[in-house]
Write a protein that binds this ligand. Structure first.
Ligand SMILES: Nc1nc2c(c(=O)[nH]1)N[C@H]1C(S)=C(S)[C@@H](COP(=O)(O)OP(=O)(O)OC[C@H]3O[C@@H](n4cnc5c(=O)[nH]c(N)nc54)[C@H](O)[C@@H]3O)O[C@H]1N2
Ligand SMILES: Nc1nc2c(c(=O)[nH]1)N[C@H]1C(S)=C(S)[C@@H](COP(=O)(O)OP(=O)(O)OC[C@H]3O[C@@H](n4cnc5c(=O)[nH]c(N)nc54)[C@H](O)[C@@H]3O)O[C@H]1N2
Ligand SMILES: [Mo]
Length: 764
């Protein structure tokens, strides 16, 4: 696409790679050592230990790492965190400060030349700052002047739809509710969020088939499952506490099948860091590992389904749950008719797997009555991502494995409150019933047209249809696809505003004017007029609970996210009947409003104070599928991948290392994959390397191919790895420049950042 060289991408420089042996197991003593190294370097040991003792405790704060739930009952002291949760905390509680003085001595152009790792390590922002039109440096600004500037720019737009309000998934329920209320009173549904790039495909598939966009299992279900299938997910790195749940499944006699193009270490063997006796001897987790080709999961599922059908037909009633199917589902006949069009051997060939492995997996599924299927980005970020998840539902429906103990759907969420943000109305396609409730409670006319999601928002800014971009957290430029196009989009804006904790690349790829508004982090005390506040969040399994910060705020200038929203709202809205400052004076008042408008939050203020919180209603957990468009659970007909690779082309997936939280780069190691001190690498199959005339650590350029357009990312080092033929992997965000903006999943519009077609050339 754009040939011109900009500074939007991370710099093309190497940091000094070392390759080591891939470890045999995850966690264990090395994880503990790594935890304390990060804590010591960023926070200091004494304060650090105090912090760790509060993570995920019932009186403590919700770990800003992932959305994996905490045990409902007993919680170990100093133990409900993992290595990567500790790193997340270390990043937030860092000693490093980005003050007005820092900005005075570092120009924006200079900062843009740094890598995301280097930018992030500069630390927490201490004061609100403004980049004036044409200026080279951010300067201190008062909160009121910042709010007034935003109000003026928003009110100068010819339509509220020219403004975009992004949200990342760390925002608390209270802040998210206020934010969407302000945005809708301003007059638009332009509320894109990180979910659009994350589990949107899960939400789309699950709502259509089961009548709720959330998963159905609870943590306890892992104790009762006969079989857990983990597809397209790397919990050893991204949800380490999930490994304990998988270990419980095994302890109780259940089995585990893993479907992944990579042999992710954490899934294969695990040393429980919370059980010192297990630090030195690993627990094997995966029983059957299916090393599937990228984006061939539908082929695999269809092959398994054909094998199951053959068994069922040979011995009717032995494999499928006919009572469940008859009472609760619709669409079986059409689904079966479509499935039988496929040829088993062709499907298996697509997957790149041995037939015997697929048969072994089908046999285990055949004899299991209670099955949980877990998945994450390996399934949601493809063109046919929604098909992946609907096909999972087909399998679970045939087995009657939804709505009973030990069974169900488990989309494993990313950001710690991404699910709660959606519940609070952060969505560009709100339901009418939700808007009706807002209108009734707050006496205004809510906008009804759907707003922009992430991809549409980038296109709108690119074509200058949108002119103000406001982000509640996140790092838009580094998280989104097509880095150069997104950069042009942001640079077209009149004003870009980031409500952030830490410095990131989105602060230096900016509009004509730019504001950074620094906010309190999860771990910090939040004092308002009525005293210290807590916030609430919803985890991946629909439990809403409180989160209370314990540290003194790092700067007196910081405001809480709800207070910032209130400040912007007061400076922008002339006729609002909401008394914003009153809502912020005591977050109980915000929760009262949530209770009044969103189902499932009865007695919110009382129930959220109960230790451990409360479960939100979930129809599919109860085996009730009435909310779907047919009133039953729907079988669906799904397509296998239509990606055709030409000679010398590869599929590339963009994945996370063990040392990052999305675009926050904790360190330069990917310990579990044996890569140290380097992020610009491409994992390749050794035979493919030979065919391409490539050697270990050769420097290559990656060229992505999409609808006749090409995008180039220069200077990556080739690392031979256990990965299927024609499959490659790079790290996010370095490779985002290769992900075409228009290459998206159907229905969910999620960027297909795990199906990128590339060719590989030696660098000149
Ligand atoms: N420490 C840490 N924790 C995190 C995050 C983080 O960056 N760091 N991010 C958080 C967020 S927002 C999210 S969404 C989650 C992400 O959690 P994950 O989804 O685990 O993250 P990814 O690194 O994107 O890994 C995707 C996995 O899917 C596999 N995969 C890729 N393509 C395919 C495919 O076609 N089929 C199959 N079967 N597998 C495939 C990859 O090999 C990889 O193992 O983690 C959350 N937790
Ligand atoms: N190629 C490729 N692209 C991807 C993905 C992929 O797998 N491959 N994954 C996608 C996924 S799953 C996701 S979820 C998105 C993530 O997209 P985002 O959520 O936009 O990105 P993050 O890196 O999580 O955001 C980090 C920034 O959030 C700010 N922050 C941290 N804590 C707080 C807080 O408490 N409050 C506020 N206001 N700000 C805070 C900090 O300033 C930090 O720099 O990226 C997506 N992009
Ligand atoms: Mo995510």
């Amino acid at each position: 696409m754009s040939k011109k060289k900009t500074v939007a991408q991370p710099p093309e420089k190497f940091t000094g790679i070392q390759l080591t042996k891939v470890p045999a197991s995850a966690a264990g003593i090395k994880a503990i050592r790594s935890t304390f190294k990060h804590i010591k370097e960023e926070v200091g040991i004494v304060k650090g230990i105090g912090l760790l003792s509060k993570i995920n405790q019932k009186d403590g704060f919700d770990c800003p790492g992932c959305a994996w739930p905490d045990p409902d009952a007993k919680r170990a002291f100093l133990a409900e965190y993992c290595e990567n949760g500790a790193k997340a905390i270390a990043e937030e509680a860092t000693k490093n400060r980005v003050s007005p003085l820092f900005f005075a001595s570092h120009s924006v152009a200079e900062l843009a030349k740094l890598s995301d790792y280097e930018i992030g390590k500069k630390g927490r922002i201490t004061h609100p700052v403004l980049l004036k039109p044409g200026s080279s440096h951010y300067e201190k600004i008062s909160w009121q002047d910042a709010f007034d500037l935003i109000g003026r720019e928003l009110n100068a737009l010819s339509s509220p739809n020219e403004a975009i309000f992004y949200t990342s998934g760390r925002t608390s329920n209270e802040a998210a509710f206020l934010y969407q209320l302000f945005v809708r009173q301003f007059g638009t549904n332009n509320l894109p969020d990180c979910s659009n790039m994350c589990h949107e495909s899960s939400g789309a598939a699950l709502s259509e088939t089961l009548g709720i966009g959330k998963g159905s299992v609870t943590l306890d279900d892992f104790n009762h499952a006969d079989l857990v299938i983990v597809m397209g997910q790397n919990p050893g790195t991204n949800h380490p506490r999930m490994l304990s749940a998988l270990a419980d499944t095994k302890k109780n006699g259940g089995k585990i099948i893993t479907v992944n193009p990579l042999p992710e270490v954490g899934l294969l063997e695990f040393r429980n860091p919370q059980k010192p006796l297990k630090w030195f001897s690993g627990e094997q987790l995966t029983d059957i590992f299916l090393q599937v080709k990228i984006n061939e999961d539908v082929s695999l599922l269809k092959a398994i389904l054909l094998l199951l059908i053959a068994k069922e037909e040979a011995n009717p009633g032995s494999i499928f749950d006919h009572d469940f199917i008859t009472q609760k589902t619709q669409g079986l006949d059409q689904f079966l008719a479509d499935l039988k069009r496929y040829d088993l051997d062709e499907l298996i060939e697509n997957t790149g797997l041995d037939k015997s492995a697929v048969i072994e997996a089908a046999n285990l599924i055949a004899t299991s009555k209670k099955i949980i299927i877990c998945w994450a980005m390996g399934l949601t970020q493809h063109k046919n991502a929604v098909d992946n998840i609907r096909e999972i539902v087909n399998l679970l429906l045939l087995k009657g494995s939804i709505g009973k103990k030990g069974a169900g759907t488990c989309p494993v969420r990313g950001h710690s409150n991404v699910q709660g943000d959606r519940t609070m109305g952060i969505w560009e396609k709100p339901k009418d019933s939700f808007l009706d409730a807002l209108e009734k409670e707050f006496k205004f006319n809510a906008p009804r047209d759907h707003g922009y999601d992430v991809v549409d928002a980038i296109e709108a800014m690119h074509s200058k249809k949108a002119k103000v971009f406001i982000a509640m957290g996140g790092n838009f430029i580094s998280a989104t696809p097509d880095t150069e196009v997104t950069a042009e989009a942001l640079q077209n804006c009149e004003l870009t505003v980031h409500i952030s904790t830490k410095l990131n690349r989105s602060h230096v790829i900016h509009g004509r004017q730019a504001l950074i508004l620094p906010c309190l982090g999860r771990s910090e005390k939040d004092a308002q007029e009525s005293g210290e506040q807590f916030v609430s969040v919803e985890n991946s399994m629909g439990v809403v609970h409180q989160s209370t910060g314990h540290l003194a705020p790092l700067s007196e200038e910081l405001l809480s996210e709800p207070a910032i929203v209130a400040g912007i709202a007061e400076a922008t809205l002339q006729n609002s009947k909401v008394v914003w400052s009153r809502l912020v004076s005591n977050y109980d008042f915000i929760r009262d409003k949530i209770e009044a408008t969103i189902p499932g939050f009865d007695n919110y203020n009382e129930r959220v104070r109960k230790k451990g919180g409360f479960y939100l209603p979930n129809n599919s957990r109860k085996g009730d599928f009435a909310p779907t468009y047919t009133g039953k659970a729907n079988f669906t007909i799904n397509a296998i991948s239509d990606v055709k690779l030409e000679k010398n082309q590869f599929i590339m997936m963009t994945i996370r290392t063990h040392d990052q939280y999305n675009t926050t780069i904790y360190g330069l190691n990917d310990r579990y994959r044996g890569v140290l001190n380097e992020r610009r690498i491409v994992f390749m199959n050794a035979q493919d390397m030979t065919e391409q005339g490539l050697q270990k650590l050769d420097t290559v350029d990656l060229i992505s191919h999409f609808n006749e357009t090409q995008r180039v990312a220069k200077k990556f080092l080739v690392v031979p790895y256990s990965i299927p033929r024609q499959c490659t992997a790079t790290y996010f965000p370095e490779a985002n420049v290769l992900v075409p903006l228009k290459s998206v999943a159907h229905t969910s519009n999620t960027p297909a950042s795990k199906t990128v077609v590339i060719s590989i050339e030696k660098s000149k």
